[in-house]
Design a protein around this ligand. Structure first.
Ligand code: ATP
Ligand code: MG
Length: 393
């Protein structure tokens, strides 16, 4: 069937009281931006609902794919539009709709009519009854169940009539831009793009930072992070990616600190720099891909010691309680997995010690960091003032 219209269902944003308008508008704007390359569409709010209407040919799967990336949408219903709403014609169109969608399927149904046009000759109840009778007449394989129907056939009568019965699930969440902005620490791994996606799903706009250590990490490793940010931007909207050259700082740590503490001290500096950048860019949170116990720098003790490098902002770690396989499942679903597993080096793994500490003590780490006194000053400012920016979309 060629659908000219889609009804967009959204759940949580409906609960936001007087902010509802803002949430809906943000979601519509995002839908318009995503649909634009696919044809001529109008996204509009009408009678407290959101509709997409097509004014050109389009590819059904592409449109469903794109709407499936807009957070806030919980369901997409393809709608058949009937211009002539006279009951006999409407009944004929409903029967042909049911035939095309369900054919000979053995099933129960219920008709749910809504009438915005109060001058229509039948009440909603009458439409329910008479349309039910018309469907029963036309199909031997269908019966009515008003309590628990297999299929709910919705009919909305206005100046035209809308018929719909199927809902394709959307991604859920909240529209991006309704919950501030976060700075995601993006490595080339599996976890951090998933973390950025999960926080974007709650309505948070995303910026990202990647610590690059050439020549120890290659241009290909950097490109991989750009590619991952671009994939995530398909859901979150454009991502401003900040690339910080971390090489000199990393070498200073390597030359001055105990090697079994390298990862911890490196991470602490990354966090500190990320927070400074986040505050500079008006972000209210930092996002990382850690999961408790996954590696030595993600034990509770390590997370505690690393976290103290942050002075102000909350760190959101949406993967913290997920198993690796659960994180992989999400990365496959959102399309980052194949890129994440490309085997390019990360700066944290290049300098990793054979036996890194798994239970660092904060006092001990602070003591080790004293060896860096006076050695980072110029380097830190240089790195923070010389950031490469890539706009990923
Ligand atoms: P990922 O799969 O996201 O790379 P990981 O399990 O490899 O994570 P770590 O290397 O311990 O974990 O890093 C923990 C978190 O620190 C990452 O999820 C990411 O948010 C951040 N991070 C690590 N390396 C970098 C980097 N080079 N640039 C920016 N952030 C990084
Ligand atoms: Mg990693």
């Amino acid at each position: 069937m060629d659908y000219k219209m889609f009804l967009i269902k959204y759940a949580e944003i409906g609960t936001k009281g007087k902010n509802r308008y803002v949430f809906e508008e943000v979601m519509c704007k995002r839908m318009r931006a995503r649909l634009k390359p696919l044809g001529d569409f109008e996204v509009r709010r009408e009678y407290g609902r959101i509709y997409v209407e097509a004014f050109s040919d389009y590819d059904y799967d592409d449109v469903m794919g794109v709407l499936g990336t807009v957070f806030g949408i919980v369901g997409i219903c393809p709608v058949k539009v009937v211009e002539d709403t006279a009951f006999d014609n409407l009944a004929k169109e409903v029967v042909s709709y049911v035939k095309e969608e369900y054919g000979n399927k053995q099933m129960t149904f219920k008709v749910g009519a809504r009438r915005n046009d109060k001058s229509y000759p039948k009440s909603s109840m009458e439409i329910n009854c008479d349309m039910g009778a018309a469907i029963l007449d036309a199909f031997d394989n269908m019966s009515v169940d008003v309590h628990n129907p297999d299929v709910m056939i919705n009919i909305e009568v206005r100046n035209v009539a809308y018929i719909y019965s199927k809902t394709v699930p959307g991604p859920g969440g909240l529209p991006v831009g309704t919950n501030g902005k976060g700075m995601a620490l993006l490595s080339g791994g599996i976890d951090s793009p998933v973390a950025a996606y999960m926080i974007a799903k709650r309505g948070v706009e995303i910026e990202a930072v990647y610590f690059h250590a050439p020549p120890y990490t290659s241009e290909r490793a950097k490109q991989k992070v750009i590619d991952l940010a671009t994939i995530v931007s398909g859901y979150s909207g454009p991502i401003k990616l900040h690339i910080i050259n971390f090489t000199d700082i990393q070498l200073a740590i390597y030359d001055n600190c105990p090697h079994d503490e390298l990862t911890i001290i490196m991470k602490r500096l990354m966090y500190k720099m990320a927070e400074e950048l986040a505050l500079r860019e008006d972000c209210q949170c930092i996002i990382t891909g850690e999961s408790i116990g996954q590696v030595s720098s993600q034990t509770s003790q390590s997370l505690y010691v690393i976290n103290t490098a942050i002075s102000e902002l909350p760190v959101f770690r949406p993967c913290i309680g997920l198993d690796k396989q659960e994180i992989i499942d999400i990365s496959e679903k959102i399309g980052t997995y194949e890129t994440s597993i490309l085997p390019y080096e990360d700066c944290c793994t290049t300098f990793v010690a054979k036996h890194p500490v798994t239970r660092p003590k904060l006092e001990q780490i602070l003591k080790s960091e004293e060896a860096l006194k006076g050695k980072l000053e110029g380097l830190y400012e240089k790195a923070m003032n010389d950031i490469q920016i890539v706009h990923c979309r």
